[in-house]
Design a protein around this ligand. Structure first.
Ligand code: PEP
Ligand code: MG
Length: 575
């Protein structure tokens, strides 16, 4: 059994088709002066051919999953139309006297490498798009044909899949995808979800271990891929598939219903998103808007800080897609593990120049973002949320800047929501301790457990060596969350949670019992969380939370919560 990252749900049993797609080989080939014109011609033909191909893929994608998702290919076509890029490629051919494919390879790889070196996963995934376009141009220069046809009803096993492969294979009734590389935010993964094709990525060596024609099982729920399954495994897989289908149906049935406990307590469920394409999925999951929009994605995609207009248009599109529900927009949280270009070269970036600290040191950047958010608030409900708050000073200074941004808009008679809400993320232990004072200063609190846990327990959230110590059920974490909720409520302010813990089914009874008002999570888990809420009683959850607060170790807490969850929601499929 191989374990990868589940990228699109569903369990499938089928025969493998191993798609050996190799990157085109490019040699460092010099040419003579007389060959220059011919090379430039070959380049031109290839650009035209590549554009035609991509237009076809774009159309097919639009038909299958709609125009929003097809935008990936528009972006790839845009690269083909980039005059500056191709001018430099032609210059290389002329000046350096290199073959067209070599010039393409050198010039585009430069950008691709820059994106690959980013510490941001989104950016690294986008580097693959650039690589796709590069390989397509080179193949077309070399006039090599790629075959993406195969026996229908196969499982495609490949090192990596491009978004175009993902769409093209789907014409042949592909059963599932299993790839060595890739992450959940890759466009190929997003597309396979939209196409309802189960897929597991990041399997590392599935292409080495699987041979064409092998029977394999791809489990898009758990990320497992089983090679040479025996009869018993096959039967079990079929059963699990049925259980899942039954469960999925029961989730669909409650899609439009409120997240309300059996004894009538209503909580808000919302989604975490990072880029605007995700906003359209949010409704279909029955959420109440967006509880965390991480704006870093937009900033990491552009080399310089995006302009007010660029930001405004992105924010507005998200607000319009999410209406009538609110969008909690978090101001820029670069730094830590999300660095654009960090001029400071810090030894401890997580304890360094990050989030609100960067923004307050760069008031022009901050004001631009605040104005863009304010302008978007004329089109729906926008709340502004501040990351990495450690004390009141940062909030007060932000409010001054917000007032200034409002004044500037008023002077230009640009409309915005005068009563826009502003809230603080509670993710630094200092802020947790003084949560009551912070709550008096803002309209809402949102607990960022991803950081709160790392800072509280002194465990780097991205360091595998200490991953075992990163415990959301550590009694100190639970007591801190309890304190934040209590203090927020004492000041009459709602408290939400947007860290990963909010979407953990095992944590749900505890958080509900502690009185959390809003849970903001990855959209895919939302239906399941709603189902749990609708199957339990608030008074029981309160009692569970009281008991948990007395427990001394994380294992006690986890075991206790799991047992209770299973008893209260027996048909839940906990993977
Ligand atoms: C958090 O820290 O819990 C959070 C939601 O923010 P991020 O993961 O973006 O740091
Ligand atoms: Mg955080």
């Amino acid at each position: 059994m191989l374990h990868g990252i589940p990228a699109s749900p569903g369990i499938v049993i089928g025969k493998a088709y191993v798609f050996a797609k190799q990157a085109p080989r490019v040699e460092d080939k010099s040419i003579s002066e007389d060959e220059v014109a011919n090379e430039i011609d070959r380049l031109q033909h290839s650009i035209e051919r590549s554009e035609k191909e991509l237009q076809k893929v774009l159309q097919l994608t639009e038909q299958k999953v709609g125009s929003q998702k097809a935008k990936i290919f528009e972006a790839q076509i845009m690269i083909l139309l980039d005059v500056v890029l191709f001018d430099s490629i032609r210059l290389r051919i002329r000046k350096e006297l290199k073959s067209a494919e070599y010039a393409v390879h050198r010039e585009i790889s430069k950008y691709q490498q820059m994106m690959m070196n980013s510490s941001d996963e989104y950016m690294r995934e986008r580097a693959h798009d650039v690589e796709d376009v590069k390989n397509r141009i080179i193949r077309n220069i070399q006039q090599e044909k790629l075959i993406s046809r195969f026996e229908p009803n196969s499982i495609v096993v490949s090192e990596i899949l491009t978004p175009a492969d993902t769409v093209l294979f789907s014409r042949n009734a592909v059963l599932a995808y299993a790839t060595d590389m890739g992450g959940t935010t890759s466009h190929a993964a997003l597309l396979s979800r939209s196409l309802n094709i189960p897929s597991v990525v990041g399997l590392k060596e599935v292409t080495k271990l699987v041979q064409a024609g092998d029977t394999i099982v791809v489990d898009g729920y758990t990320g497992n891929v089983i090679l040479h399954p025996n009869e018993e495994t096959l039967i079990r897989c079929k059963e699990r598939n049925e259980e899942h289908e039954y469960f999925e149906t029961s989730l669909k049935e409650i899609r439009e219903l409120t997240a309300q406990t059996l004894d009538g307590k209503i909580v808000q469920l919302s989604c975490n998103i990072e880029f605007s394409e995700e906003a359209e999925n949010v409704h279909t999951k029955g959420s109440h808007g967006i509880g965390l929009y991480r704006t870093e994605g937009l900033f990491l995609r552009t080399e310089n800080y995006p302009s007010e207009e660029e930001q405004y248009s992105e924010y507005r599109s998200i607000v319009e897609k999410s209406a009538p529900y609110k969008v909690v927009m978090r101001t820029l949280d670069i730094g830590g593990d999300k660095v654009v270009s960090n001029p400071t070269n810090e030894e401890n970036p997580f304890l360094g120049w990050r989030g609100i600290r960067v923004l307050l040191d760069r008031p022009e950047v901050f004001l631009t973002q605040l104005r863009a958010m304010l302008r978007a608030s004329a089109f729906g409900e926008v709340w502004i949320m501040l990351p990495m708050i450690s004390g009141l000073k940062e909030i007060r200074r932000t409010k001054e800047l917000l007032e200034r941004a409002k004044k500037e808009l008023r002077e230009k008679t640009i409309p915005f929501d005068e009563n826009i809400k502003i809230g603080a993320m509670i993710e630094i232990p200092a802020a947790a301790v003084i949560a009551g004072d912070i709550a008096q200063e803002v309209d809402f609190l949102s607990i960022g457990t991803n950081d709160l846990i790392q800072y509280l327990l002194a465990v780097d959230r991205g360091n595998e060596v200490v991953a075992e110590l990163y415990q959301e059920f550590h009694p100190a974490v639970i007591k801190t969350i309890h304190h934040i909720i209590k203090e927020g409520h004492r000041a009459g302010k709602p408290v939400s949670m947007c860290g990963e813990m909010a979407g953990d089914p095992v944590a749900l009874l505890l958080l509900l019992g502690l009185g959390l008002d809003e849970f903001s999570m990855n959209p895919h888990i939302l239906p399941e969380i709603k189902k749990i809420i609708r199957s339990v009683s608030y008074s029981e959850a309160e009692e569970i939370a009281r008991r948990v607060l007395e427990m001394k170790t994380e294992n006690d807490v986890k075991d206790f919560l799991k047992v209770n969850l299973h008893t209260m929601v027996p048909d839940l499929l906990l993977e």
